[in-house]
Design a protein around this ligand. Structure first.
Ligand code: C2E
Ligand code: CA
Ligand code: CA
Ligand code: CA
Length: 279
């Protein structure tokens, strides 16, 4: 029965009930979090494999709630999306990350880049392109230094509208990365349909990299494919030096992962730039 869903009794078990309450609870606290300045951005360095130097950072949100303690983005981003709170939160992330990069460039060098995770809900906003332009201008950063990380979820709704916006942003000079490539249902056809600059290969492809000969074939093929399409290829979740060695051989452009550094607070991120090889 196709239309019977709405007014039907829903029999749910206790675990569902608990989950539902937990979501409501989180959402309640999430509502005031931006205003109460409970969010902070952490920054995880990306290293250029050939040069061995930090080329930029990915901004990752952290929520320290006075009532709930530290809450992982894995636990609240989805709720922020469902409640649309991700719109103001995401705008704050974008402006704060640009502000950080502006400072880094002023103190260090203008070649550093920043990557920011963008939710599909943000992309659906009419003023998204203007907000990105404004955030970059406000912090005096070149569009080419700001990379927007999107996932294949952009294919779930209003695909045409979203691709139109991504094309405008790409034309303005901003970089677009496809995040989590290889995770879940990623399809090769996505690579052709989106105006991409970068392919971020998911940790799931990096994890088995030392034990398994096939995984080396996969990663080599993905890097070659990305390069053929003119994309930069970044490996995520690199934890062991043996993985980095294999990635070097594939010609992969950049690495990000605990091997280099965990995501760290702003002050610590700046210190990383003073480290060996990053003068
Ligand atoms: P993501 O965009 O795929 O970010 C990478 C995640 O992997 C981060 O988790 C990072 O801390 C973690 N990671 C990095 N290197 C390693 C490693 O070597 N090993 C392991 N085990 N993990 C590593 P985090 O910060 O907890 O973020 C989780 C997810 O939450 C992100 O996945 C992203 O989807 C989302 N997220 C984080 N910040 C934002 C944000 O500002 N906006 C939006 N829309 N989503 C965000
Ligand atoms: Ca990401
Ligand atoms: Ca990712
Ligand atoms: Ca992700």
């Amino acid at each position: 029965a196709k239309d019977s869903g709405k007014n039907r009794y829903v029999v749910y078990d206790k675990t569902m009930h608990t989950e539902f309450n937990e979501r409501l609870h989180l959402e309640k606290h999430l509502r005031g979090a931006l205003e109460n300045k409970e969010f902070e951005l952490f920054y995880q360095p990306q290293v250029d494999i050939a040069g061995g130097q930090i080329s930029g950072f990915e901004a990752l949100i952290r929520w320290n709630s006075p009532e709930l303690g530290f809450v992982s983005p894995l636990a609240f981003i989805r709720i922020a999306e469902d409640s649309r709170l991700i719109v103001p939160i995401g705008e704050w992330v974008l402006r704060e990350a640009c502000r950080f990069l502006g400072d880094v460039q002023a103190k260090k060098s203008c070649t550093y880049k920043i990557s920011v995770n963008i939710s599909v809900i943000q992309l659906l906003q009419d003023d998204f392109v203007e907000i990105v332009l404004d955030a970059a201008q406000e912090s005096r950063i070149e569009p080419g230094c700001l990379e927007l990380e999107i996932t294949e979820s952009v294919f779930m709704e209003s695909y045409e509208r979203i691709v139109g916006k991504l094309e405008r942003l790409k034309a303005e000079g901003f970089r677009i990365a496809l995040d989590d490539f290889g995770k879940g249902y990623s399809s090769l056809s996505y690579l052709q349909q989106l105006p991409l600059s970068t392919l971020k290969v998911d940790k799931a492809f990096i994890d088995p990299l030392t034990e398994d000969a096939y995984s080396q074939t996969f990663i080599r093929t993905i890097v070659a494919l990305g390069h053929d399409m003119g994309l930069e290829v970044v490996a995520e979740g690199v934890e062991r030096s043996s993985q980095l060695e294999i990635l070097e051989h594939t010609g992969c452009d950049k690495v990000q992962g605990y091997l280099i550094s965990r995501p760290v607070p702003e002050k610590h991120a700046l210190e990383l730039l003073n480290g060996p090889g990053n003068g």
